[in-house]
Design a protein around this ligand. Structure first.
Ligand code: AMP
Ligand code: GLY
Length: 434
C-alpha cells in the first residue's frame, strides 16, 4: 500500500455513485475523486468528466484520460458498461478496476446464463425453462400448470427492471409476452416470500460478505404498482438468522465463483444475489445475480462499512481490483448503526418520467450523510444553484440512526424539505413513515 494520496475514478451518474464517492471521501488515503460523469447534485470538490458510457471508444478515451490524471483505482457502478466490457478495456490499460469483465458480467446480462451457472453450481433457485423465441415461449407457457401460484416471465437481457412479469394466469403471461423486449426468455416458477439483497466483494475465487439490505421495488406503498429500479432501501434487515451469512457463502457465493472461474470467467467485483427468502421455513432462493452494487442498496450499505485503520473502503476495493482478498476477513465489518434511504422519483416514473421540474430544498453540492441525514443525487440536472429533475429516480433522502426507526425518521425528515412538481415517493420504506 503506497503512502501517496489516491485519485479514484468512479464511473456512473446516479445515487449509487454519489454514495460510492461519499464513502471513499471518508478514506484517509483518498486525495481526489473523479466522477464520470456523475451529476450536478454532487459536491463541487469532486471533479466531473462528461462522458458517454455505451461505446468501447468511450471506455478507451476514459481509460487514457484516467491514466493521464494519475488515477490509481477505478470503480464501475452501472450494469451496462460492465456488460459492454469497460473493465476489459481498463484492465488492458493497466488501471486497477473494481468490477467484472464482460464475460463475468454475463451473470447479470443474461438471465439464461445465470440460470445455467446456478444449476451447475447447485445454487438454490426456482425451477425454470428457457425459450429461444416468442413462439417457443408461448408453447411452454401453454403447457405449464397454472394452478399453483403462477410463473414468472423474464427477458434474457438487461432491461432496467422492465423485462420481468410475475404472472398469475396464462392470459396474463401471453399478454405480457407481447410487451417484453428481446427474443429469448426465461420462464420460472413463481416463488413467495420476502426479498433480500445480499452482496459480496469477490476476487475471482474468495469472497467477503457485506450485510444484507432490503430494497422496495414497487412504485407504491404496500408493494403495489409497477416494478421500478428501487424506491428505497434499508439495512440491517430484521429477521435474518445469524447462520445465514455462512450459508450464503457456502451455498451461493463460493459455488458461483467456482463455476464462473471454471468457465474461464472469474468474477472480480461486487456480486449481488437477489434473493427470495422464507424465514419461517429457513429457506432462500436466488432470483437473480447482479454484477455490481445495487441501487439504492449501495446507499444504505456503504455508509455502514467500517473505516478501520488499514482496512477501510479503499483497502477493500484495492484488494478486489488486485484480485486478492487473502488475508482479509471473510465478512466486511459493519457499523451497528441502521441506515435507510427513500427515493424521490419524477412524475411519470417509471413509464415516462417528466424532466425539467425545479427542485426546491436541495442545498447546492450537499455533502450527503456527513452527519445523520443527507441526500444522494441521481437524476439531478441544471445548475447547482437551480437544480432540476433530469431523470426517473431523482434523489434519495438518507437517514442514519441507532435503530431502523430512528434512521427512518431522519430520512423522512430530510425528504420533507425537498419539493418538486409531481414528486413521487413511498411512505412505507422500512415499514412505514413515522
Ligand atoms: P429479477 O430481475 O429477476 O430480479 O426480477 C425482478 C423482480 O421480479 C424481483 O425483484 C421479484 O420481485 C420478481 N421476481 C423475479 N423472479 C421471481 C420469482 N421466481 N418468483 C417471484 N417473484 C419473482
Ligand atoms: N435495487 C436493485 C438493483 O440495483 O438492481
Amino acid at each position: 500500500m503506497s503512502g501517496a494520496p489516491s485519485t479514484v475514478l468512479i464511473v456512473g451518474a446516479g445515487g449509487r455513485e454519489h454514495a460510492l464517492a461519499w464513502r471513499l471521501a471518508r478514506s484517509p488515503r483518498v486525495g481526489h475523486l473523479i466522477l464520470a460523469p456523475g451529476n450536478v447534485g454532487m459536491p463541487r470538490e469532486w471533479e466531473r468528466w462528461e462522458t458517454g458510457l455505451s461505446r468501447k471508444e468511450e471506455f478507451a478515451a476514459l481509460a487514457e484520460r484516467a491514466r493521464e490524471a494519475g488515477v490509481s483505482l477505478a470503480v464501475i457502478g452501472p450494469d451496462n458498461p460492465l456488460a459492454e466490457g469497460i473493465v476489459d478495456v481498463f484492465t488492458e490499460a493497466d488501471l486497477p478496476t473494481v468490477g467484472p469483465t464482460a464475460a463475468a458480467a454475463r451473470i447479470e446480462a443474461s438471465k439464461a446464463f445465470a440460470k445455467e451457472v446456478m444449476l451447475a453450481a447447485g445454487v438454490p433457485t426456482a425451477r425454470h425453462f428457457i425459450a429461444k423465441s416468442r413462439e417457443e415461449a408461448l408453447g411452454i407457457l401453454r403447457a405449464l400448470d397454472w394452478s399453483r401460484g403462477g410463473w414468472v416471465l423474464k427477458s434474457d437481457g438487461l432491461a432496467l427492471g422492465k423485462g420481468v412479469c410475475v404472472c398469475g394466469t396464462l392470459a396474463e403471461a401471453t399478454g405480457a409476452l407481447e410487451g417484453l423486449p428481446g427474443g429469448e426468455f426465461v420462464i420460472e416458477e413463481r416463488l413467495f416470500g420476502e426479498e433480500l439483497s445480499w452482496m459480496a466483494f469477490c476476487d475471482g475465487e474468495r469472497c467477503a460478505l457485506l450485510e444484507p439490505a432490503r430494497d422496495h421495488k414497487r412504485l407504491l406503498d404496500g408493494d403495489h404498482g409497477p416494478n421500478t429500479g428501487g424506491m428505497g432501501a434499508f439495512s440491517p434487515v430484521p429477521g435474518v438468522p445469524a447462520s445465514w451469512a455462512e450459508r450464503m457463502r457456502r451455498e451461493v457465493f463460493l459455488p458461483t465463483l467456482r463455476e464462473l472461474a471454471r468457465r474461464g470467467a472469474p468474477f472480480r467485483g461486487v456480486l449481488y444475489a437477489g434473493l427470495m427468502v422464507d424465514f419461517a421455513r429457513d429457506r432462500f432462493w436466488v432470483l437473480e445475480f447482479n454484477a455490481r452494487f445495487g441501487d439504492p442498496e449501495a446507499q444504505v450499505l456503504l455508509p455502514r462499512i467500517e473505516e478501520r485503520p488499514m482496512l477501510g473502503i479503499l483497502e477493500w476495493f484495492e484488494a478486489v481490483a488486485r484480485g486478492d482478498l487473502s488475508g482479509l476477513p471473510d465478512s466486511v465489518p459493519f457499523e451497528r448503526a441502521a441506515a435507510l434511504a427513500v427515493v424521490a422519483a419524477a412524475a411519470g416514473y417509471p413509464e415516462a418520467p417528466l424532466k425539467g421540474a425545479r427542485i426546491a430544498g436541495l442545498h447546492g453540492s450537499e455533502r450527503a450523510t456527513g452527519g445523520s441525514e443527507g441526500i444522494f443525487c441521481a437524476g439531478v440536472g441544471g445548475l447547482g444553484e437551480a437544480p432540476i429533475v433530469n431523470g426517473g429516480r431523482v434523489l434519495a433522502a438518507f437517514g442514519r440512526g441507532a435503530d431502523l426507526a430512528q434512521a427512518r425518521e431522519r430520512a423522512y425528515a430530510r425528504l420533507a424539505k425537498i419539493r418538486f412538481e409531481g414528486m413521487q415517493y413511498r411512505k412505507d420504506i422500512g415499514g412505514g413513515a413515522p
